[in-house]
Write a protein that binds this ligand. Structure first.
Ligand SMILES: [Zn+2]
Length: 499
């Protein structure tokens, strides 16, 4: 996802690869990342003598495999003593992509706009489409997906706004506009950001409860409060409308709290800022839909899985919002439990990156329907994933599904953080054994999650976006209509109970 964003590639009207996959033609992203992956795989490392010689100084990834260590972490999915009911019957999946469109104005190829689309879909697993006699019109699937898209505009490089002459200010203004105008099941993104802020650090949470977002520094470089230390604990901005800096009186938007504007470059590519933005919006969309489901039908909520393309993590400037997302999801799960329900499953599916490649390398050590916990040591020493505490709100886990698929997922802990280096990592000051936050009883939706993954199987790894791929196999509804569908399902369920 990040790669597609970073590429900033302009869509070409024809693309042979895409032509082979008519179902994907409606997708704004196409399969850029897969094309890129295959190109990377064919670098001339074996024929180029310079590269070959230098590479001989490096270890092949296989030499990092340690069968003993791996086996200690592997266990059977069936050994989990966890609730298997209610079975997951519905899936909400989102997947976003961003494009940096060059030549915003004719003949000025350096002028750029940032454009993002987020596909979201609601799938009922009770209605399998590939039954004989079912007719699916690919165009209708494409329509279903397109109509549920969140689309957004942000200014890119070399653009000057009519009212805001400073390009960074224009970027911040447009970001607020995007968040204020985009609605997910009756809540705007600004509202959702406010909703989750109460689960942040104490000062952020207190500000949220009083109706504010906390902006940790003033974006005005000339302002004294541009230094986060001076601005500590942060500048309070009304959660739903612009405020101002108490020092320089400059305008501040509640979305400034995300600090994505720090990645914005007025005179260069903005793939990073774009990628960060749509990643955060994807997480907000999933959570927003979950809140909508909770209100409409708590009973169906517990039968629903929320699947995000990529990790349950927030990278970059907005990373501190990972804590907010975790807290918000855990609070939702706690409310479900208080009703005597099981919490919904929340899953991130990573399709690329070193951990995915590593899993493919070690597959012979993990039998089908077995999973591998990833201890803190394994994450940092073998998989070289850093800043776990700051970015991840879910815990990474490898699963070898029943049908042979290898899945690298992140799952939400019932309570507490996903990672804590102080408690898990080597700490000479500490007495006694380190805390193991990868222990499986912390993830009570795990067994139902794995059962769902067995059921979805290869469909998650089709060469397409997750929502599109799933929509080819089961009855799918655009998220925009999910509310109506949910009402119908609820009424049917109520009707069935009467008889
Ligand atoms: Zn200021």
């Amino acid at each position: 996802m990040m790669m597609a964003a970073a590429l900033g590639r302009r869509r070409k009207p024809t693309n042979r690869k895409r032509d082979k996959m008519p179902y994907n033609s409606a997708s704004p992203r196409g399969n850029i990342r897969y094309e890129l992956a295959s190109k990377m795989g064919h670098l001339p490392t074996t024929t180029n003598t310079v590269i070959g010689e230098r590479l001989s100084l490096y270890k092949r990834p296989e030499t990092q495999f340690d069968a003993t260590q791996i086996k200690k972490l592997v266990s059977a999915a069936t050994d989990l003593q966890q609730p298997l009911t209610p079975e997951i019957q519905y899936v909400v999946a989102v997947d976003g992509s961003g494009h940096e469109v060059q030549e915003a104005f004719d003949r000025y190829p350096s002028t750029r706009v940032l454009y993002m689309q987020i596909a979201g879909i609601f799938i009922s697993l009770q209605n399998l489409l590939d039954q004989p006699g079912q007719f699916v019109d690919p165009a209708r699937i494409a329509d279903a997906i397109e109509s549920s898209v969140v689309s957004g505009f942000l200014p890119g490089s070399y653009l000057e706004h009519r009212d805001y002459s400073d390009p960074v200010v224009a970027f911040r203004a447009e970001m607020f506009e995007l968040f204020a105008q985009t609605e997910i099941q009756r809540r705007t993104l600004v509202q959702l950001l406010h909703e989750i802020a109460r689960y942040g650090l104490q000062e952020q949470s207190e500000a949220a409860l009083a109706g504010f977002q906390l902006v940790t520094k003033c974006p005005n470089k000339k302002c004294d409060l541009n230094d986060p230390k001076a601005a500590r604990p942060g500048i309070r901005v009304p959660w739903d409308r612009p405020g101002s800096c108490p020092k320089c009186t400059g305008i501040l938007w509640p979305t400034d709290t995300l600090r994505i504007w720090e990645a914005f470059q007025p005179d260069a590519s903005n793939g990073e800022a774009l990628g960060r933005t749509h990643q955060l919006i994807e997480h907000l969309v999933l959570f927003g839909v979950a809140l909508g489901f909770e209100e409409l039908s708590p009973k169906l909520l517990q039968q629903t899985a929320f699947i995000c393309d990529g990790d349950l993590a927030v990278f970059g400037q907005a990373a501190r919002f990972q804590r907010c997302l975790r807290g918000a999801w855990q609070a939702l799960a706690a409310r479900a439990k208080a009703k005597g329900h099981q919490p919904p499953a929340v899953i991130g599916v990573a399709k690329s990156g070193y951990p995915v490649e590593h899993l493919h390398g070690i597959r012979r050590f993990i039998e089908p329907q077995h999973m591998m916990r990833l201890s803190h040591g394994y994450m940092t020493e073998r998989l070289r994933v850093n800043s776990l505490d700051e970015t991840y709100f879910g815990r990474k886990l490898f699963y070898h599904a029943e049908d042979g698929q290898l899945l690298c997922i992140t799952i939400l802990p019932d309570a507490d953080v996903a990672y804590d280096t102080k408690r898990e990592g080597p700490n000479p000051k500490r007495q006694g054994p380190a805390d193991d936050l990868s222990r499986l009883e912390r993830y009570s939706t795990l067994q139902r999650t794995l059962a769902l993954l067995d059921r979805l199987g290869t469909r998650l790894y089709d060469d397409a976006l997750i929502p599109i791929s799933l929509a080819h196999h089961w009855a799918a509804y655009p998220l925009a209509n999910a509310e109506r569908i949910l009402r119908l399902l609820t009424e049917n369920a109520l009707g069935a109970n009467k008889h």
